[in-house]
Design a protein around this ligand. Structure first.
Ligand SMILES: [Zn+2]
Length: 217
């Protein structure tokens, strides 16, 4: 139990605990209490906290309610509730920052239950990943690669057979997300995401292997 001063110093209440994580940086913290107010009745308290992490410092609200028994207020909701960002391999984000950005937007959309929009977003992120990867391999063909349809780019510029096969299938499924009639009826956004992950990890392996071989000649 913690006693906190609320209503600008005019009242104090007992609360059961501070929130134990930050809704912005999604890590465990002991937040700093700033101030609090009673809700519309004294049955609830809204408490304002800040995240102590120097890289975050964001404010958030814990909503407490009274159980009518022991005078204590218990933590319910912590808001705003934000989704944990999607994990993206550094090697892929380095090759294609736009892939990382669009993929994480698609993942947020999916997290909010917007599956149809997420599918289109994943498809778009894949296009950036493949094209930026190909540009990194063939910097002289930059213009060519960016203008061509993704399927042709994969056929012409991806030489690693594993990446080629995964990327091709991801594009097939991705196209289904943008078309009115589905061709791959038993596949969905989960399969598309899985194929993107496999493509990313092949690219990651290739980049790491290349770096290692350069370092250890
Ligand atoms: Zn934080």
């Amino acid at each position: 139990m913690i006693r906190v001063v609320i209503e600008g110093g005019k009242e104090s209440v007992q609360i059961n605990a501070f929130p134990d994580y930050c809704p912005f940086c999604h890590v465990g913290i002991t937040p700093d209490f700033v101030t609090g107010l009673f809700g519309s009745t004294k049955a609830s308290v809204e408490a304002l906290f800040t995240c102590p992490k120097v890289s975050c410092k964001k404010m958030f609200i814990g909503t407490y309610s009274h159980n009518g028994m022991n005078g204590c207020y218990y933590l319910g909701l912590v808001s705003p509730s934000t989704l944990k960002p999607a994990a993206i391999a550094d090697e892929a984000a380095e090759i294609s920052p736009q892939f990382a950005e669009i993929f994480s937007q698609a993942s947020q959309a999916e997290g909010y239950g917007l599956g149809a929009v997420a599918g289109v977003g994943y498809r778009k992120s894949l296009e950036y990943l493949i094209k930026d990867y190909c540009v990194a391999q063939h910097p002289d063909k930059d213009d060519d690669i960016k203008k061509q349809p993704i399927g042709q780019v994969i056929d012409r510029f991806v030489s690693n057979e594993n990446i080629k096969q995964c990327a091709k299938r991801a594009v097939w499924l991705g196209n289904d997300e943008t078309h009115y009639v589905r061709k791959w009826v038993d596949k969905d956004v989960k399969d598309l995401k899985l194929l993107i992950h496999i493509t990313v990890s092949w690219i990651q392996q290739e980049v790491i292997t290349k770096k290692l071989l350069e370092d250890m000649q």
